[in-house]
Design a protein. Structure first.
Lengths: 198, 499
């Protein structure tokens, strides 16, 4: 009987499987530690919660060939300046509401979810809110009574009423505003904001 | 009293039904009896998956359909959750089925295994009822603990998460303790390590955090590292054992292949996780790492095709269970096409920038889950039925063979048709909503209103109906195949090392 060459041996591939798996996992751990550090709230990629007190825009950068969030001067939400802790609590309420109302099984958040309704990543900045002045009021009315205030652009798809409390609606708006400040490496591409290109 | 009467009546109905199928559980070992419990629930959840999928597909065409009663998000959640859970049931059942044969000893903690089955099934029932009847809650922790966690694929409320982990630990104990007591094989080793990863990863999805980027970071650890790594290795294990049983392939060959597959699968799949980290706020080195490693992900799937087809050809297709072998082949190709090719098509970041979060993902999801996981589970159901009927012959000239043939044809045509329809919708969406209109809400709706998209949704529903017909036929066939068969399966001996 011919001797089986080394590369075809069961024991050889067993070792390869173990080393490749362990090596890949180790690299993943190292990258995870770095990614978690870079995505901390208030870090280089995810804004602090009190960013909801400021103007957030999303502008195309010629050099990088992608849009990045641009944080500007004061632009208060609900006419109030939130401390970091107050802002965190409000964004947290918004996120819990988004989860408890199962928004993700129609919409997408950062592009993940279902595809029955628009992506929410930059929803705060969408031109559909007409103007900076009108946005807050329109969005609040939309969230509290979507059946009568929905903008479905000629489709007959409807958002059902989620029975949000006024506080939950404010939380969702804070969450959406905060989310629009996350640096998503240029996703969505070529998105034109409410502010227009200045 | 009424409740008790009702229960008794239901029990009688169940007994009458199982008597009418003519399946004799005396043919099964105790581990296999537990396995067929899992398979039964798996099939019921498979039916639920397709039904709720049809409802969601109809809502794309008639948005007012069931509005405020069963909204799209509820139907879609039940659709994907039923899928994940029935596949897990299928896997757990398959492992319980092969455990005693592979370890050459009886399952160590069988009563515990039985208890875990009933606990899991009760929990799944409650979760689904809450999904359907309560649906959503207020924006507070108790909603996430009791109703719905609102995170795609792992929506199950936190209490159920904890239950799932406990049940998985019982399952894990049974696998490891049984192998430790009996024979420890290469298959046992791979399976043990894979189950450690599978159970451990689920924990990554059980923490609430306000930071959405980190929330999605860990969420993908569960979803991706389950579906594109540990589940793939799990089906590699099931496939390896199945090929030995169906065709008599030599153990040394399947185990060597299994190690090669593990190396390729984990070598590409673990860092391939990076393709989910392109756009969620994570650093941009993931564009390179995710793009590169996920582009390699089809390679192990090619290896599996070669493995399955080569071994089948080498044994001249001789086997005693034609439906099972046909589904194994469907698995090999479906896994490669659905998970491999369809995944690769939109995995590079340059393309994914436009396709991320469009019907592309739905197209890939349909073919991948079906091709990679539904098929291998169905193959195993046929293996189980064969033994449930007393290891009968299920090869050529079996009565009513048209049923399994039409079932496999309709299911494959149905899913492939849905996949292509969704792909067309995805292309259209990427072009119009993303490339032309820059992903605004107005752009989203002009994509959705486009006739190409609308037509694609009609075709998707039609092929969904074809899939449902195939499933109906499949269930009928599983319940009746071999009922009148008296010939016994030919004993398939393992080939000799020289052959």
């Amino acid at each position: 009987m011919k001797q089986t060459p080394q590369w075809a041996l069961e024991s050889f591939w067993k070792k390869v499987a173990i080393w490749v798996t362990a090596g890949s996992f180790l690299i993943l751990i190292v990258l995870t530690l770095d990614s978690l550090q870079q995505t901390e709230v208030g870090g280089s990629r995810v804004p602090k919660f009190s960013v909801i007190n400021q103007k957030i825009d999303y502008r195309y950068q010629e050099k990088q060939h992608r849009s990045i969030p641009v944080i500007g001067g004061e632009e208060l939400l609900f006419g109030k300046s939130f401390s970091e802790e107050e802002a965190r609590a409000l964004v947290d309420l918004g996120k819990k509401t988004v989860q408890a109302k199962n928004c993700m099984n129609c919409h997408t958040l950062l592009g993940n979810g279902a595809y029955y309704a628009p992506d929410l990543t930059k929803a705060w900045l969408d031109k559909g809110w007409i103007s900076v002045e009108a946005r807050e009021d329109l969005m609040q009315r939309f969230l509290l009574d979507p059946e009568n205030n929905a903008r479905t652009f000629g489709s007959n798809r409807k958002m059902p009423n989620q029975n949000l409390s006024a506080e939950e609606a404010r939380g969702v708006m804070a969450f959406l505003k905060w989310m629009s400040g996350i640096d998503t490496n240029g996703f969505p591409y070529q998105f034109k904001t409410l502010y227009g290109e200045e | 009293m009424n409740g008790i009467n009702l229960l008794q009546q239901a029990r009688h109905c169940g007994e009458r039904f199982s008597a009418s199928t003519g399946l004799n559980s005396d043919n099964l070992t105790s581990g296999q009896k537990l396995a067929v419990n899992y398979f039964t629930v798996a099939v019921i959840l498979f039916i639920a998956q397709i039904l709720f999928g049809l409802l969601a597909a109809m809502q794309f065409i008639w948005p007012a359909f069931l509005l405020d009663i069963l909204d799209f998000n509820v139907n879609r959640m039940v659709h994907i959750n039923a899928m994940v859970v029935w596949m897990l049931y299928g896997f757990i059942g398959s492992i319980y089925w092969l455990l005693e044969d592979e370890s050459q000893t009886e399952i160590v903690g069988l009563p515990l295994g039985r208890l875990a089955f009933w606990v899991l099934t009760a929990a799944v029932t409650v979760v689904v009822l809450v999904y359907l009847l309560i649906q959503t809650g207020a924006g507070k922790d108790s909603s996430l603990w009791l109703i719905n966690e609102g995170r795609e694929y792992i929506e199950a409320p936190r209490w159920a998460d904890i239950g799932i982990v406990i049940v998985m630990l019982v399952f894990f104990y049974n696998v490891v303790a049984t192998f430790s007591k009996g024979r420890w094989s290469g298959i046992a080793g791979v399976l043990t390590l894979d189950l450690v990863a599978l159970a451990g990863l689920y924990l990554a999805g059980m923490v609430y955090m306000t930071n959405l980027s980190q929330d999605q970071y860990w969420w993908w650890w569960v979803i991706h590292l389950w579906v594109e790594a540990t589940w793939e290795v799990l089906v590699g294990v099931i496939m390896a054992w199945t090929l030995m049983k169906l065709l008599g392939v030599r153990r040394q060959i399947v185990q060597t292949w299994l190690y090669i597959e593990v190396a390729l699968m984990f070598g590409s799949g673990i860092l391939g996780l990076g393709h989910h980290y392109f756009w969620i706020g994570t650093p941009d080195y993931w564009l390179t790492i995710g793009g590169f490693f996920s582009a390699l992900e089809p390679i192990p799937l090619v290896a599996m095709v070669v493995h399955a087809i080569y071994d089948t050809g080498r044994h001249s297709f001789k086997n005693s269970n034609h439906p099972a072998l046909a589904w194994v082949i469907a698995h090999a190709f479906g896994n490669f096409l659905g998970a491999g090719v369809w995944g690769f098509m939109h995995t590079l970041p340059q393309i994914n920038l436009y396709t991320h979060g469009t019907q592309w993902s739905a197209s890939h999801g349909h073919l991948a889950f079906f091709g990679a996981y539904a098929t291998i589970n169905i193959a195993f159901f046929y293996l189980a039925i064969q033994h449930w009927r007393g290891n009968i012959w299920m090869g050529e000239e079996i009565e009513h063979a048209w049923r399994w043939k039409w079932a496999i044809a309709l299911l494959n045509i149905g899913v492939m048709g849905m996949t292509v329809a969704l792909l067309i919708a995805g292309y259209e969406q990427s072009f119009i909503e993303r490339a032309l209109e820059g992903s605004s809400w107005a752009g989203y709706f002009s994509g959705q209103n486009h006739p190409a998209f609308q037509n694609a949704m009609v075709w998707r529903l039609l092929f969904g109906v074809v899939t449902a017909a195939g499933l109906g036929l499949l269930v009928w066939d599983l319940l009746t195949i071999g009922k009148t068969e008296t010939r016994l399966a030919k004993v398939i001996g393992a080939e000799s090392a020289e052959s």
